[in-house]
Design a protein around this ligand. Structure first.
Ligand SMILES: [Zn+2]
Length: 108
């Protein structure tokens, strides 16, 4: 499921997206959608991934993306600790897993 924040960050109005069918277990609507040669919502190239956004205001809407835009717009988890604590977290992970680790810091 696509997060509505993603569309807001891309300045895409969900009301302009095609309505998507209701969710069904093992539904094949997404695969059928890819056969329709829909443009990527971000760059306009042919989409290769069909996702769905569901909001109370707009219901279920197709969010078609190409792979580069999918990768560029997929949220990733940020660091779990402040950056200054990252070396210590890596050393602790290496110690608990038995992996030899050498760290170096650029003091520039
Ligand atoms: Zn794209």
């Amino acid at each position: 499921m696509i997060n509505a924040d993603l569309l807001r960050s891309l300045a895409i109005d969900p009301s302009g997206l095609d309505p998507a069918p209701p969710w069904t277990p093992r539904g094949s609507a997404g695969i059928q959608r890819l056969n329709g040669r829909h443009p990527c919502v971000r760059c306009g190239r042919p989409s290769t991934v069909a996702g769905v956004l569901e909001t109370p205001e707009h219901g279920r809407r197709w969010v078609d993306r190409c792979v580069p835009c999918l990768v560029a717009t997929t949220p990733r988890g940020g660091p779990q600790a402040p950056l200054a604590e990252t070396p210590a977290a890596l050393q602790e992970a290496a110690r608990t897993t038995g992996v030899a680790l050498t760290t170096a810091a650029d003091e520039a």
